[in-house]
Design a protein around this ligand. Sequence first.
Ligand code: 5AD
Length: 360
Amino acid sequence: MKTAEILNKEKLTREDLLYLMNTEDPKDLNLIYEKAYEIKEKEVGKKVFYRGLIEFSNNCIKDCNYCGIRRSSGNVERFFMDKKDILESARWIYENNYGSLVLQSGERQDEEFILFVEDVIKEIKELSGGKLGITLSLGEQNRETYKRWFDAGAHRYLLRVETSNKELYKKMHPQDGKHNFENRIICLKELRNIGFQVGTGVMIGLPGQSTEDLVEDLLFYEKLDVDMIGMGPYIISDETPMGEEYRDKVMSKEKRVSLGLKMIALSRIYLKDINIAATTALQGLDPLGREKGLKAGANVLMPITTKDEYRAKYQLYNDKPCIDDTADQCKGCLAGRVKSVGDEIAYGEWGDSPHFFKRK
Ligand code: 5AD
């Protein structure tokens, strides 16, 4: 009863969000998902936008305690795709009418890398006659770098804050001066000022993370006025400090999936007209995770289009799905999944977040 009452409100309070975040009754959960889907239909439609994901390098200067490709992991075969291979993936994305792509890699801040990315952006624009939208997910950079990449033709940027709880952020990252919560916020603000559509997100079900923290994450999204959200459950990555410490202590898969879906639904209900991705990590814990994400209000999918020989090397966490598939197989598989939900794939569109165009 109380759930239905809250869902009827125009604007939810922190207390309302916390009540819903703590709800576990299946009937109430269904009400939340239904409401989120209704708002999705109204605000962004039943269209699902694809972003072909090119994970072009696992070299990283960061050492995040949860991540499989952290700098000090000795067990990773490092790779850096050359321009030809990246452009080949971009061409595949263009020819398959995905509309836009995401360039993602481990973080690097040297001039060689910055220039490489700048060139790749320009060449992707050229090969698609300006038609492919380009999102970047390349970590923390300075304003000048962001501006160079924006001027080269990228127009969206994803930078997860990982958690809006500063203390938790500290525990998840080495205190070596390179992993700084405040700097991430500065980056998100710079990106916005430059004119990027800005996306952020968190991991869900982190050791030491409470449902209060997750509600604060939602309020953080609102405060930063973000256009896009990409978030997913935390998944153990072996041979990382957190993987070793929490292997047997992390909350159950079911619980993490359920919280992940609730975060998607409550983001949709609370923030309404933003883009929300149903991420691969959701599917990593539940074979139907991405479909459930769409049902809970997500409207973006990021099919992996990284070339086959590199996929298995971009392992942020254990048992990452889709690493044995080709881009063609992913395309067919996802099309079936989208249809099963009753959504429709919006081929060939950039699918910008409507929220961005209402920016004051
Ligand atoms: N579990 C889930 N997500 C992870 N990421 C990194 N490591 C993990 C993990 N063990 C996510 C982070 C990062 C994104 C690229 O991948 O949120 O921002």
